[in-house]
Write a protein that binds this ligand. Structure first.
Ligand code: ARG
Length: 470
């Protein structure tokens, strides 16, 4: 008999005489990255062997020996003593081969009524489920930090922008609460996806199910899946769960990137709205005065990677016939990279938001520029003089032009100046021209008044509690 190990992947090459070409071995192996699923692979095997024994498919002695061997392997991996072999291709065969070394022939019974196809589908699904859980917790923490900054800054006034031009004054807290809404939707998407993906592929075997009397409900239960997947072909060929995770991650990164971009703007000397401490900023190698928000820029930059992972996996899957094809091995690296990136960026954003301090005077000064209360003036003309809004808009436009000619803001015009445009205006108009008046007056549902912001912050605190309670 030939030395099995020289044939590459000795476990499954009974019909082959020659070993793999070096390039074939290189393109074929996934152990370089799928070792990250070692713990999930062992969890799947423990559930499977428990079920095999419960169904009397294997003896209790063999089952116990397999479980003890798997426990040893788990420890070897955790302590860095496990030797991975590229010849053994992937984590599944590395673990099984080591089990053989540890316990002998009984190891060969573990793979009864199972294929690597349902095995990898199970391991990867468990890994992606964990990634959902980590992201969900980080998103909750991010929301909490935003809510606390918002509550503290309900009355901090800044310019609200459209087209990046000062439009109407808003509460800085209200601005932050807009991101709470976005990340709240991300939380919803991740938790919906988690619910949908929480079904067990184990027991689909290669693709068609098995003639052994397995109990798929038991393995599903042991692995905390809600139920077994209903169709064996779908079970081994579905990667929707990774795609849904990546799409939720991609959109969450888009939100992080928008917030990162605002942090970059606010930190710039031209805006000067916030400061961040030494812990979250870097200097320049040549310009001693610089304090750069590199973490925010990197969050913005890393967004492209996660978007790339999503389109990458959509591309891998789009023309695959049922069921398993080796293409699907390409599902992992980009999913792992996206999860690492998302988690790092969420942590960086949490850190920056805890660190950043608004500069309320600078925000207020900017909020009062560029006739930002012009809409309040127009609204006053409608409310107090009964004018149609379009006419009020026109009159306000003329007053803005007059103020520009005088080099003043709207509040700097005299009543006499105003009368040159419309004689019906009274000096009560001056009560709506201040930026604080403007913000306080916007009490409509979802509006920017400090009162609304404080109420929203309170409600979100309760909602986060509910999220945590599940
Ligand atoms: N390494 C493979 C993967 O990552 C495991 C599944 C292999 N199955 C097979 N029939 N070749 O997808």
């Amino acid at each position: 008999m030939q030395d099995e190990t020289n044939k590459g992947g000795g476990l499954i090459r009974g019909r082959f005489d020659e070993g793999l070409d070096d390039v074939m071995a290189k393109i074929n192996a996934s152990i370089g990255f799928d070792r990250r699923m070692a713990s999930q692979d062992i969890d799947g095997s423990v559930a499977h062997v428990t079920m095999l024994n419960a169904q009397k498919i294997i003896s209790v002695e063999d089952a116990d020996a397999i479980k003890a061997g798997l426990t040893t392997i788990r420890e070897e991996i955790a302590s860095g003593r496990f030797t991975y072999s590229v010849e053994l291709e992937d984590i599944h065969m590395n673990v099984e081969a080591r089990l053989g070394e540890l316990i002998g022939a009984a190891a060969g019974r573990l793979h009864t009524a199972r294929s690597r196809n349902d095995q990898v589908a199970t391991s990867f699904r468990l890994w992606v489920r964990d990634a959902h859980d980590r992201a969900l917790e980080l998103v909750r923490t991010l929301i909490e930090v935003l809510v606390e900054q918002a509550a503290q800054n309900a009355g901090t006034i800044m310019p609200g922008y459209t087209h990046l031009q000062s439009a109407q004054p808003v509460s800085f807290g209200h601005h932050l609460m807009a991101y709470v809404e976005m990340f709240g939707r991300d939380h919803g998407r991740l938790s919906d996806a988690r619910t949908r993906m929480n079904e067990s592929p184990l027991g689909a075997a290669a693709l068609a199910g098995t003639s052994f009397p397995i109990d798929r409900d038991l393995t599903a239960d042991l692995l905390d899946f809600a139920r077994p997947m209903r169709n064996s072909l779908d079970a081994v060929s579905d990667r929707d769960f990774a795609i849904e995770y990546l799409s939720a991650a991609a959109l969450c990164m888009t939100h992080l990137s928008r917030l990162a971009e605002e942090i970059v703007l606010w930190m710039s000397p031209q805006f000067g709205f916030i400061t961040m401490s030494d812990r979250w900023t870097t200097g320049s190698s040549i310009m001693p005065q610089k304090r750069n928000p590199d973490a925010a820029e990197l969050v913005r930059g890393k967004t492209g990677r996660v978007h790339g992972s999503l389109t990458g996996l959509l591309g891998v899957m789009k023309a695959l016939p049922l069921t398993f094809s080796k293409d699907m091995q390409e599902d992992k690296e980009q999913t792992f990279d996206a999860a690492d990136t998302l988690e790092l960026c969420l942590k960086a954003m949490i850190g920056m938001l805890r660190d950043l301090r608004p500069k309320p005077e600078a925000m207020l000064a900017a909020a009062g520029s560029a006739h930002s209360t012009a809409t309040d003036l127009a609204d006053w003309l409608v409310r107090e003089l009964g004018l149609p809004f379009r006419e009020a808009h026109h009159i306000t436009g003329r007053l803005v032009r007059l103020a520009d000619e005088h080099g003043s803001d709207l509040a700097g015009l005299s009543l006499q100046d105003m009368h040159s445009v419309d004689a019906r205006i009274t000096d009560a108009v001056f009560t709506v021209l201040g930026v604080e008046d403007s913000v306080v007056s916007r009490r409509s549902y979802g509006g920017t008044s400090p009162e609304c912001v404080a109420r929203e912050a309170e409600q979100w605190r309760a909602r986060i509690e509910e999220f945590r309670a599940g």
